[in-house]
Ligand binder design. Structure first.
Ligand code: COI
Length: 373
């Protein structure tokens, strides 16, 4: 019987750049436009399994024009961040969750699985090579982009027998230079992001390209992002490329409810989403709060806004962490989401952002959510 090689971090080969680059001034960092000196690449074939991992200078990859990724979208990616702590250590935030999701994405499009711990070790080695480029300071981090492609050459539609896994890293600053900036959303039912039985819960590149045109259409009307609705019920699912949370107040009990859509296969299993739910369940007083993953619709939001029961709303994702929402365009009107007086967010939005940031920057420990590179 034939046995194939597993992903093995101990086989790493390193080819360093001749000269390391200087860090860019922090205020010049535009999200995802600056990359570090090195990349990690690992080739896979069905016959041999995972080849030896290589860290080499950042640069172009070469693909046959018939490569299956270019025709049939055999592509998936991840997004996670490494943070520099005040003591100068570099820590990864919940990398296991991203590895778990990456394996699920791979399985769905017939790309190879791998040992999560081995890839985390390799990502650690990659970050170590370019450690001097991990920016310092609140809001700054190293965005890590693991990517996997099917590289089988040929136009027949079938499972890839060759693949490339690579990781690039990008020093990033705060999404909004002036701290939080609340956004306007257009409730969107003229396009659908994901549907039951589809792949909306997987981090496939193919989920992202079709979202750009609806985003431009929203922008033409003066809204930054789409609030994605689903079905005739007009369920609220996600916002832009992020998960979304709403806060309602029950007028009878005075209790507040933090709500986000349930993971039913149409919702990306966001690591920030999970972190917000976990911390809220641990830290918000259950006498004052309910935390629910449940279906809710734009009709409910519009209705409760009229009654003064809509308290706040925010998006959540790795890139931006939390993104406050101030207005939602729906049926020709704007639903106003309250903000704190003179501020760009609501109270809970600020609170969860500070909880998460304390853990990400290593000021606070939470389970094993951060690990030193
Ligand atoms: C996120 O981190 O929220 C994203 O999904 C954005 C990424 C696609 C740039």
């Amino acid at each position: 019987s034939m046995s194939t090689s597993r992903l093995d971090a101990s086989k790493l080969q390193v080819k360093r750049v001749a000269q390391r680059s200087e860090p860019k001034p922090s205020d010049e960092l535009v999200f995802g436009k600056t990359f570090t000196d090195h990349m990690l690449t690992i080739e896979w074939t069905m016959d041999k399994g995972w080849d030896a991992p290589v860290i080499k200078p950042y640069g172009p990859i070469s693909l046959d024009p018939a490569s299956c990724v270019l025709h049939y979208a055999f592509e998936l990616f991840e997004g996670l961040k490494a943070y520099r702590t005040e003591e100068g250590k570099v820590v990864l935030f919940r990398a296991e969750k991203n590895m778990e999701r990456m394996n699920k994405s791979a399985a769905r499009i017939c790309l190879p699985g791998f040992d999560s711990e081995e890839l985390i070790k390799l990502i650690g080695k990659l970050i170590e090579e370019d450690k001097h480029l991990v920016p310092k300071g609140q809001g700054y981090s190293l965005y890590i982009r693991p990517t996997m492609l099917g590289t089988t050459d040929g136009l027949g539609v079938g499972y890839p027998d060759k693949a490339l896994l690579y990781v690039i890293t990008s020093p990033v600053g705060p999404y909004y230079k002036t701290g939080f900036k609340a956004v306007r959303l257009l409730a969107t039912d003229f396009a659908t992001r994901a549907w039951p039985g589809g792949v909306g819960d997987k981090k496939l590149g193919a989920n992202y390209a079709p979202c750009v045109l609806p985003q431009l259409q929203a922008a033409e009307k003066g809204y930054q992002q789409n609030l994605w609705l689903f079905g005739s019920e007009k369920y609220i699912t996600e916002v832009g490329t992020m998960n979304v949370f709403f806060v309602f107040k029950d007028p009878k009990t005075g209790k507040k409810e933090l709500v986000t859509a349930p993971l039913d296969g149409t919702i990306l299993e966001g690591v920030t989403r999970d972190s917000i739910l976990t911390l809220s369940r641990e830290r918000l007083d259950p006498k004052e709060w309910e935390i629910n993953e449940r279906y809710y619709t734009i009709y409910e939001v519009a209705e409760r806004s009229k009654k003064g029961e809509l308290v706040e709303a925010f998006g959540s994702g790795t890139a931006v962490v939390v993104s406050p929402i101030k207005e939602i365009g729906w049926q020709g009107e704007d639903i106003q989401v309250p903000l704190l007086p003179g501020e760009q967010s609501g109270e809970l939005t600020k609170t969860v952002a500070s909880w998460i940031s304390a853990i990400q920057y290593g000021k606070e420990q939470h389970d094993n959510w951060s690990r030193v590179v």
